[in-house]
Design a protein around this ligand. Structure first.
Ligand SMILES: [Zn+2]
Length: 229
């Protein structure tokens, strides 16, 4: 092969690499595009979610506020808390909210065996089903810990993984005003807002809720349940 032809082939390979790079960039760009056509205004919907309950103390306070504002939310509950406070879970379901699966004892599901993973999910399903009559179809892995094993384990149990897009870190108790401001600064149509009704003192979360609900309503938002059964 002449050196000129070798140079040609090198250029060809380089061009192919550039083309693949452009394709990868284009694919990445597609991912960040909104799911609705650019000309249509996205629906002003937000998804409120509460993790780590039920709590006999804070969940009823959250429920009272949601009811006062006519808002529905999705609760990702911990199985062992459902076992301890089944009546609270029943109340959440009876008020039209969605009760979904947040594992049995809140481990990082990336670090448990396959059989432990199955137990974490199915034991929680059973406790929730006993109170609401409905088997959760959504799983929120604790800490948002997702990898290939968690993804395939969830899929094998018929679960869709649901994370969040707005996290005010209310669990760290930064103060009512900070929780409220962090949510209201970050929220946009389609946001999934992460709050906590269990797992510790959630007084600040409860205190932040009226301002969050009032302001989002005044901005024209409606509140929907996540697409779980
Ligand atoms: Zn959690």
């Amino acid at each position: 092969m002449s050196s000129a032809r070798r140079a040609d082939r090198r250029r060809g390979r380089r061009a192919a690499r550039v083309a693949v790079g452009a394709l990868v960039a284009a694919a990445a760009a597609v991912v960040v595009l909104p799911a609705v056509p650019a000309q249509a205004a996205p629906a002003k919907v937000v998804y409120l979610t509460f993790d780590d309950g039920p709590s006999p103390r804070y969940t009823p306070q959250v429920l009272a506020l949601l009811s006062q504002y006519g808002v529905r939310a999705t609760f990702f509950e911990i199985g062992q808390n459902v076992a301890a406070y089944p009546g609270v879970t029943r109340q959440v379901g009876a008020q039209g909210h969605s009760v979904q699966n947040h594992s049995w004892s809140h481990p990082d599901l990336r670090k448990v065996s396959k059989s432990a993973f199955q137990y974490q999910v199915t034991a929680t399903d059973a406790r929730i089903r006993a109170q609401t009559g409905t088997t959760p179809t959504c799983l929120r892995p604790p800490y948002g810990g997702v990898n290939g094993a968690v993804r395939s384990g969830a899929a094998g149990l018929g679960k869709s993984i649901q994370l969040w897009s707005v996290d005010p870190q209310d669990w760290a108790r930064p103060g009512r005003a900070a929780i409220e401001r962090r949510v209201l600064d970050a929220v946009k149509p389609g946001s999934v807002i992460l709050l906590h009704d269990g797992g510790g003192d959630r007084g600040q979360t409860v205190a932040a809720l009226p301002g969050i609900l009032r302001t989002l309503k005044s901005r024209g938002y409606t509140f929907a349940l996540l697409p779980c059964r």
